[in-house]
Each structure stands twice: as structure tokens, then as C-alpha cells.
Design a protein around this ligand. Structure first.
Ligand SMILES: [Zn+2]
Length: 235
């Protein structure tokens, strides 16, 4: 019942509100979410905000639609920024292995990796290209949304976390990605980031890599030691 009311309200609001978001001329072929060529139009519709029509590639369209349907079904409010965050989350996961290239290699190292011959030649050729492509889609800066002459405040930008040239939807996802790529315990890594602070993300990565094969007990000890050091530094 509640769900039906929401849908009806959304429909009537949509009829009342006139929707204008302008796509800049040089972006007219871009997907609003990722910058790939657009073939679809994603229509953002809920009971609270004006409807938005955004050009989108097939992949982003599907993820965005799923995110919106889920929110509408559960009766929760997903702003366009929550939906964008879901799309970027999907892209980070989809490109997990390609993004990992940039964590494990530099371009020069990869070129000099001496895999030109044999089974890994193809990998060496495509790896950096795939990393750049993945990064471009994940980092793509959507053009501002202007509705009736007013720019919709960009909540995505506020929550996103920029590390080593990649923009993650939030710090939690950056932590998951690094833990996964470097085989770190996520809980341990989270605790270290918490102790050192978000601004010391790189240091937290290095700290966790010191004890990459450690067991739970050793990690607990390391955390205790780190806590003591930080406390004494702050004294
Ligand atoms: Zn896209």
C-alpha cells in the first residue's frame, strides 16, 4: 500500500515539475556516470525531487535503474548521488583486477617486466591500457546538474575518497579494494586507518603490509603497539 502511494505521488510530481538538465555540447555523447558513449537515457524519478533525464551507457543505465528500483521498492530515498555512488561502486568492483594493476605496478615497471615473450605477453600489452580505461570510467567527472537554473549540490563529491589517482565512492570502498588487492585483513586495515586517520591512508597501507602474513594474535599486538605510539606522540 505504502509503495503504491509513493509511486502515485512520484507520478503526479513528475507531471507537475518541469525537468531541465542541460548536457554541455562537448559531453553530448558521454554517459553522465562514466563518460563512455551513451546509448540510453536514465530517468531519475522519486517522490521528492524533480525528475532528471541523464544520458547513460547501457551498463551504468542498468545499475542505476536497479539502484532506483530497489530504493523505491524499499520505500527509502536514494538521491541521484546515492545512485551515482552505486554505479561507481559497481565499476570499482567490475574493474577490481584492472585497478589493481595500478596498485601493484608502475607503467615503467610493467614495460620492463620482460613478459614480452610467452604466455604473459598479451597481459603485459593490455594491462596498463585496461587500468587507464578502468580509472577513466571510475574517475569520470559528471557535468553539474542544473535544474531550473539552480545547480543541484554535489553530494557525491563530499563523500568520495581520492587516493593514488583513483576516486572511490567512499573510504570504505577504498579500504575494501586495497584489502582485497593486497590480501590484507579488512578488519585490521580498518582499525589501522581509524587509528592513523583517513589522511594517512598510504601509511596505513604500508603498516598493514608489514605484517601481511601475520595471524590474528600478531595483528592484535601490532595494533596495541601502534595505539601506544600514537598516544605517546599526542601527549
Ligand atoms: Zn556509463
Amino acid at each position: 500500500m505504502k509503495e503504491k502511494l509513493t509511486t502515485n505521488k512520484a507520478a503526479s510530481n513528475a507531471a507537475l515539475l518541469h525537468i531541465t538538465t542541460e548536457t554541455p555540447f562537448n559531453k553530448r555523447h558521454d554517459c553522465w556516470f562514466c563518460g563512455e558513449p551513451n546509448q540510453y537515457v536514465f530517468t531519475y524519478l522519486n517522490a521528492f525531487e524533480p525528475q532528471l533525464s541523464l544520458p547513460s551507457c547501457k551498463e551504468c543505465y542498468q545499475v542505476a535503474k536497479k539502484s532506483m528500483s530497489k530504493a523505491n521498492y524499499e520505500g527509502v530515498h536514494h538521491s541521484i548521488w546515492t545512485i551515482k555512488s552505486d554505479v561507481k561502486h559497481y565499476l570499482v568492483q567490475y574493474y577490481r583486477k584492472d585497478l589493481a594493476i595500478g596498485i601493484n605496478w608502475t607503467k615503467i615497471e610493467l614495460e620492463e617486466s620482460e613478459f614480452e615473450q610467452g604466455d604473459f605477453a598479451g597481459f603485459q600489452r593490455s594491462a596498463w591500457f585496461m587500468f587507464e580505461l578502468a580509472k577513466a570510467r571510475v574517475n569520470y567527472i559528471s557535468w553539474p546538474l542544473i535544474v531550473d537554473g539552480i545547480t543541484v549540490p554535489d553530494e557525491y563529491q563530499e563523500q568520495s575518497f581520492n587516493f593514488d589517482d583513483v576516486v572511490y565512492p567512499n573510504i570504505e570502498q577504498a579500504m575494501q579494494h586495497y584489502a582485497n588487492t593486497l590480501s590484507l585483513s579488512l578488519d585490521y586495515f580498518r582499525s589501522v586507518v581509524e587509528l592513523l586517520g583517513d589522511e594517512n591512508f598510504a601509511k596505513a597501507v604500508r603498516f598493514c603490509r608489514l605484517l601481511v602474513a601475520a595471524n590474528v594474535f600478531e595483528r592484535q599486538q601490532a595494533l596495541r603497539q601502534l595505539r601506544i605510539e600514537i598516544t605517546s606522540l599526542n601527549r
